[in-house]
Design a protein around this ligand. Structure first.
Ligand code: PDD
Length: 292
């Protein structure tokens, strides 16, 4: 059992080994081309949350990129559960990545019959800080400079990193991205929601956003509690008049935004619906833990 990040065990191509001993080839197409896909799955009380949905999305990413799926569903599950068991943290988030594999000669065209590289590791999942719960976060809007297949969870994250840095340089915690058509897509590593007159509104799934699992969970909680949930395009004008704005992701659940481009959102504090949703989300997790 390992409880410090520096001693953690990782999974690499069939073996569990200390992170410090894990090595991949410099010819791995993931390293050279960003040619691979990934998943991030939250673990509550040592149990994989919404594993089936994450696995389904992984399979969609692999299929869309023509990378062969190296493991069966039960092998994926067993591997991740074994990794979780090797660490003491009750709540974790596991990262898994599949690249197309190692190719000795440079060629954008993948060689046939490459063996995918499989890598996975886990980190402690920390609750969102009290400061954020009390004050929310600051975001700016930026042009979405990414490609047109953001529904694929690709490891190629350079635009996301650049936009995150741009947000930081403007003293913001994150950015909400605006597509070429002028609608909101999502955050740099999250989906976007707004609240207007009691309605929860989020952009529909498309090639321009990742079909977030947390987004799906929020949608099902909203349905369960009769919170009207609408999927429709959101413009910057809509955001500017929103009562609340949230970001959602597996590692952060739903986060309240209280400043947008320097302007106060709502009354400048995390909104009422967010507070309510936060409570429902914790109840949902608790039910999941008790039933698994
Ligand atoms: N990112 N959109 C993007 C671009 C993301 O990178 C993520 C998650 C989401 C939310 O998806 P989910 O609810 O399934 O986590 C939306 C993960 C956490 C990451 O890259 O670390």
């Amino acid at each position: 059992m390992n409880d410090t990040v520096s001693q953690q065990i990782v999974y690499l191509n069939g073996s569990y080994l200390p992170m410090s001993e894990s090595q991949i080839s410099t010819q791995d197409r993931g390293f050279l081309f960003g040619d691979g896909v990934y998943e991030v799955i939250p673990v509550y009380q040592r149990k994989l949350f919404r594993f089936d949905a994450h696995l389904e999305r992984l399979k969609n990413s692999l299929k869309a990129t023509s990378i062969s799926n190296p493991l069966t569903d039960s092998e994926w599950q067993k591997m991740l559960e074994t990794l979780i068991e090797k660490h003491n943290w009750q709540d974790q988030f596991v990262y898994l990545q599949v690249t197309r594999g190692v190719q000795m000669t440079r060629d954008h065209m993948p060689a046939e019959c490459l063996t995918p590289t499989i890598y996975a590791y886990t980190n402690p999942l920390k609750p969102v800080s009290d400061t954020i719960i009390e004050n929310g976060i600051k975001v700016i809007t930026l042009d979405d400079i990414r490609w047109l297949r953001c529904d694929i969870k690709a490891i190629t994250l350079l635009p996301n990193v650049m936009m995150k840095l741009a947000a930081k340089s403007q003293d913001a915690d994150d950015a909400i991205l605006i597509t070429r058509e002028g609608t909101i897509s999502e955050g740099t590593a999250s989906n976007t929601f707004m609240v207007k007159d009691g309605n929860l509104i989020t952009p529909p799934n498309s090639h321009e956003i990742l079909p977030g699992i947390t987004r799906m969970v929020l949608e099902s909680i909203a349905n369960e509690h009769n919170i009207p949930m609408i999927e429709k395009d959101i413009t910057l004008d809509d955001l500017n008049s929103a009562d609340e704005i949230w970001l959602s992701s597996s590692t952060k659940e739903a986060l309240p935004i209280t400043k947008l481009n320097g302007q106060t959102v709502g009354n400048g504090k995390p909104g009422e619906l967010w507070l309510q949703m936060r409570e429902y989300y914790q109840q949902h997790k608790q039910k999941f833990i008790e039933s698994h």
